[in-house]
Design a protein around this ligand. Structure first.
Ligand code: PXL
Length: 271
């Protein structure tokens, strides 16, 4: 059985990070090993959330795994809580990356033009450094602007988007997936596999949901682990995320609580 290790937080409520990655990766018929980086009462958009940092647990866990000789088909990181945590995760890459697996970094840190709470310019620089070590990165447009030092724009054209992707490639990742593009009344994802561009579009739904990036990345890593090409993986993940959003539009709670991906999870299993 293929095995992915995913390194991100447990937000006890507010579907995102590990509570999304675990069921999705499992539904795709892949074993999910986890390293929780922090335990929060709810994700950080909820005011008053608790935050128990678990940075000190990461090295002992990985030392144990090294001793046992565990290995992984993919290493997938999402929300990381601090610069120090990023350094430790980079060491994990050094220990577990080999010729037969790949590293997927979702540089979770911002959306809608602003950084999430707790993050600053120093964190952005460290995340950029982590991205340079990845095989695949999947920033949204805001994260891409922070990573490349470009101004975040609400109005742009395809040339601007392509330029951003080239700047992301310059950081060092082999493949880039740029999510959250809104152009010509459609949502789009531009991916570049080191040779070719692919622009995947889907219908625009005018409602903001949290946790959709985590849904997308979890499916995408799963599909790549199953051996799909970057283009196929982006389509599988994009379609699934759209179906999850559609399933959530009528639920008034979902804006903060994440999307109702559970209602369409069986479609991943069937694939
Ligand atoms: O969905 C991204 C995410 C993951 N984890 C935590 C978050 C967020 C976004 O705000 O706060 C803790």
């Amino acid at each position: 059985m293929k095995r992915i290790v995913t390194i991100q937080d447990i937000s006890c409520l507010g579907k995102c990070s590990l509570t999304v990655a675990l069921p999705i990766i499992s539904a795709m018929g892949i074993e999910a090993s986890i390293i929780p980086t922090a335990v929060l009462s709810a994700h950080t958009i909820f005011e008053g959330h608790t935050f128990k940092d678990l940075t000190d647990e990461i090295t002992p866990i990985s030392e144990h795994w090294k001793k046992e000789g565990f290995d992984f088909d993919a290493i997938y990181t999402g929300y990381l809580g601090s610069e120090k945590q990023i350094e430790i995760v980079a060491k994990f890459f050094d220990d577990f990356k080999d010729d037969g697996n790949f590293v997927y970094v979702d540089p979770v840190m911002a959306d809608g033009g602003v950084l999430y709470p707790h993050f600053d310019g120093g964190f952005v620089e460290k995340m950029k450094w982590l991205c340079s070590k990845a095989d695949v990165i999947s920033p949204n447009l805001t994260e891409a602007a922070f990573l490349t030092g470009q101004q975040y724009k609400k109005d742009y054209d395809f040339e601007y988007i392509k330029k951003i992707v080239y700047s992301l490639v310059d950081i060092g990742a082999k493949s880039v997936i740029l999510t959250g593009i809104a152009l010509d009344e459609k949502y789009g994802i531009l991916s570049y596999d080191g040779r070719d561009f692919d622009y995947f579009t889907h219908e625009k739904i005018d409602k903001v949901f949290y946790g959709t990036g985590d849904v997308f990345s979890s499916v995408c890593v799963g599909a790549l682990t199953q051996g799909k090409s970057l283009k196929q993986a982006v389509k599988t993940a994009g379609d699934f995320t759209l179906e999850s959003i559609k399933a959530s539009v009528r639920n008034p709670d979902t804006r903060y609580y994440g999307v109702d991906f559970e209602t369409v999870l069986h479609t991943l299993y069937e694939k």
